[in-house]
Design a protein around this ligand. Structure first.
Ligand SMILES: [Fe+2]
Ligand SMILES: [Fe+2]
Length: 484
């Protein structure tokens, strides 16, 4: 069943061309050129999304938005505005529009491709599953010759099973040579997966880059289902979030921070919070966590994992704070996409003077990228901008000092050093932390409270004495014991 979209815009020309474009993408489209007709259409039908030009007349765009908010709660509305100037008044600020129910705001001029991305970003798992053409034929393995550049891969043990597959899945035979083993709509059983893994020695499953967003959305959704379950180990949950985060960051680095990636980052941040909140044995995983893939995607996830665990130890921590920090951590190095690829994983100590100067701009590049994204809050931008500022003033880009450096940013810089140290020397997190503490130059970079809280992360909550002077909300003190 096709998803239905209502286009409400005063320009008949725009309506005609956009409608033709969306129909090609298999959407069903209804068009209206006045606000009144938009309300009538909403009254008579159900729409997956409404694309509403705020400039529409005869019931203004704002009136339609208010109508949707009161009469059609939950309706997705993509609001389009003629120019950025329009959002400068208080009445029409982006924040106000979001409060009024805009699920996305697009500023003209935008391309059809951008509209397509936004609409895809609005699709829930249900929408996604509903629209997947189900494969009903018998599963035949088909060999295909196709460029490696078109594929992305995940470790076979990190791929989900028992659920409908939303895209074709391949295994690699050799360079530019693949076998299609699963079709979109098919289900992957654990048995079959184990056969590939154990009998054929398959280490990775491949799918097209274009399907990466579906993989992220689906595995993020599955993670949200298991994250509070007692039956799944902390280790397995961490792995699942890791696999999702890595693909998410890969997607952001490859095609930019599109609306769906922002949405999925938010979901992942929520999952991260739930993991920290509910998993009493997480300290074990944190202690042993060693992820030595030297790539930028794994790096960002590892930083997210440790940084949020430290924040959880602070008295002032809250759900919002942890989710905000997790978002910032996932995207902290996004500025690096403006640097040459070979610099992405290079450490400052290995760089030439010219490279180093460019590298030191990556927090500023990040700020530039994020400033164009209305869905990323100012607080996240600030954290990222400061993620290499140090407590002793030796950081960059501004050399801020002491309390001028945001605590969350300082935590990220500590985790950044920690993760690099783990990778370089192939050591466990507690060992890497010890090295940082024993290094006089490094230890001055961080607010000592952060280091103290980091040590607490590795402690078994069950061994903490009831009267131990810890923050009342510390996850180290098990809730049940507190009550007794
Ligand atoms: Fe960085
Ligand atoms: Fe980093």
């Amino acid at each position: 069943m096709a998803l239905k979209i209502l286009l409400a815009d005063p320009s008949n020309e725009w309506l005609a061309s956009t409608s033709a474009y969306l129909k090609q993408l298999l959407y069903e489209v209804e068009i209206v050129n006045t606000g009144k007709k938009a309300q009538l259409a909403l009254y008579n039908g159900e729409f997956f999304a409404v694309v509403l030009n705020l400039d529409i007349k005869n019931h203004s765009g704002l009136e339609v938005l208010k109508f949707v908010r009161t009469k059609h709660v939950g309706q997705r509305v993509v609001v389009t505005v003629e120019n950025a100037e329009m959002l400068k008044s208080e009445e029409l600020s982006a924040e106000k529009l979001v409060k009024l129910g805009a699920s996305e705001i697009m500023i003209r001029p935008f391309t059809m491709e951008q509209l397509k991305d936004v609409l895809e970003g609005q699709q829930s798992i249900d929408d996604l599953v509903k629209n997947i053409p189900k494969y009903t034929g018998s599963v035949e393995e088909v060999e295909v010759a196709e460029s490696d550049a078109n594929f992305t891969r995940v470790k076979i043990e990190e791929f989900y099973t028992g659920k409908a597959i939303l895209f074709n899945v391949y295994i690699q035979l050799g360079p530019n040579k693949y076998v299609k083993i699963l079709y979109s709509g098919d289900t992957f059983s654990l048995d079959r997966l184990n056969r590939y893994k154990n009998e054929k020695g398959v280490k990775y499953l491949y799918f097209h880059n274009a399907d990466r967003r579906k993989y992220i959305q689906y595995s993020n959704y599955l993670a949200s289902k298991i994250i509070t379950s007692d039956k799944v180990s902390g280790q397995a949950k961490v792995k699942m979030l890791k696999a999702t985060a890595e693909k998410l960051i890969e997607e952001v680095y490859s095609v930019g921070l599109k609306p769906q990636a922002v949405e999925e980052s938010r979901q992942l941040a929520k999952n991260m919070y739930e993991l920290l909140e509910n998993q009493q044995d997480l300290f074990k995983v944190l202690k042993e966590f060693q992820e030595f893939d030297p790539n930028a995607y794994t790096h960002s996830y590892s930083v997210t994992f440790f940084a949020t665990a430290i924040i959880k130890q602070f008295e002032w921590q809250s759900k919002v704070m942890i989710e905000t920090a997790a978002m910032a951590c996932l995207l902290h190095d996004i500025g690096k996409i403006k640097m040459p690829k070979e610099l992405m994983c290079k450490r400052p100590e290995e760089m030439t003077q010219g490279e180093l100067e460019l590298y030191k701009k990556h927090p500023l590049f990040a700020d530039e990228i994020l400033s164009g994204n209305l869905m990323i809050g100012q607080n996240i931008r600030q954290i990222i901008l400061q993620h290499h500022e140090y407590f002793d003033g030796t950081g960059f880009p501004y050399g801020l000092k002491g309390n001028k450096v945001l605590t969350i940013s300082n935590i990220i810089s500590l985790c950044d050093d920690l993760v690099h140290s783990m990778l370089k020397d192939q050591i466990t997190p507690p060992e890497a932390l010890k090295r940082i503490i024993l290094n006089e130059r490094l230890v001055k970079r961080y607010n000592s409270l952060i280091l103290e809280n980091f040590m607490k992360v590795f402690v078994d909550p069950a061994k903490v004495m009831k009267n131990h002077p810890l923050p009342s909300n510390s996850r180290m003190v098990p809730k049940k014991r507190e009550a007794s």
